[in-house]
Design a protein. Structure first.
Length: 311
């Protein structure tokens, strides 16, 4: 969905054009009701109703569960399959991706746990409103293909390193906010966020460097760069048996990117099969941006603003 013509404006007038903020409850609901369904057919094939082992939803405010003795939840994971004691699949929790969409729109009303005491409480019996998804994720661990290989590059980490270089005298003695403030990053657009737009730009550029490394050093044929809202996710999606990367090979990949190429990735995301990633075309509600595959390091983040966002 990236527009190549708009991508040419990358980095030009960014501070004047883009003002990030949190999406409202109404905007979140409107996005998943009106815009998100248009992108379902564009999802990568491995992101299906029953492929990832879990889907997960984060809420801005904690929501009660049916069991009064269980703490309220601001993050829930739901399995895509029921399993028997040996771990084999028995019954699918979602019969189609439309069921996943309905779960995202109304997590409590469509909780796959049904009426289990660990399911979210029905908002119709509460004074608290129906929870809305601040973020939607899927599990990198997968039923039908090798564990999905993803590299995470976050603008926050880039900004922290840039601030450390700018405030070199006593950087180690300062907490993140104090350090970012001293470096002028908190006042830069987007104001109040722990990074500046130049850090987002840099994350995107690093993402395409990683893609090139995958293609040149690993002979990868299928890669994908996804704008995550505050950085990028870079995928290596080859399914040939030679590319069934185990934990040891992923650690080698981390060392290569961090030490040889000096790219500030989050190594835990690459190595940990329990991790989740933002679902492509979901809404990053903290910045009002659509998470999406992109084709160029010149991607303009302003083009990721949903139609439903009220300027």
């Amino acid at each position: 969905m990236a527009d190549p013509e708009r991508e040419e404006s990358h980095g030009v007038g960014r501070e004047e054009d883009v003002k990030w903020r949190q999406a409202t409850r109404e905007e979140i609901y409107a996005y998943y009701a009106e815009e998100f369904p248009r992108y379902v057919d564009d999802l990568p094939d491995f992101i299906s109703a029953t492929g990832p082992k879990q889907y997960a939803v984060a809420f801005r405010e904690s929501h009660p569960v049916r069991n009064d003795e269980v703490p309220d939840k601001d993050f829930i994971r739901r399995d895509t399959w029921q399993t028997d004691p040996s771990g084999d699949r028995t019954t699918a929790e979602f019969s189609s991706f439309e069921d996943v969409v309905e779960f995202v729109r109304h997590p409590a009303r469509n909780d796959p746990l049904g009426r289990s005491e660990f399911a979210l409480a029905d908002p119709e019996v509460l004074e608290q409103p129906d929870p809305r998804p601040d973020a939607v994720y899927y599990a990198l661990d997968h039923w039908e293909r090798p564990w999905v290989l993803l590299v995470d590059i976050d603008a926050k980490k880039i900004a922290r390193e840039r601030a450390t270089d700018a405030v070199s005298d006593d950087a180690d003695d300062r907490d993140d906010d104090t350090l970012l403030d001293a470096a002028g990053i908190l006042d830069a657009e987007p104001a109040g966020y722990p990074y500046a737009f130049e850090d987002v730009d840099q994350a995107i550029e690093y993402g395409f460097e990683v893609r090139d490394i995958f293609q040149d050093d690993f002979d990868a044929e299928e890669t994908m760069v996804v704008y995550s809202g505050q950085g990028v996710h870079v995928y290596l999606l080859d399914t040939d048996p030679a590319h069934r990367y185990d934990e040891q090979s992923r650690e080698v990949l981390n060392d290569l990117l961090l030490e040889t190429y000096d790219i500030p990735i989050d190594p835990v995301v690459t190595a940990d099969r329990r991790r989740v990633a933002r679902l492509p075309y979901s809404l990053h509600a903290d910045v009002c941006s659509i998470v999406q595959p992109i084709e160029s390091p010149g991607f303009d983040v302003q083009s990721a603003t949903p139609e439903v966002i009220d300027e």
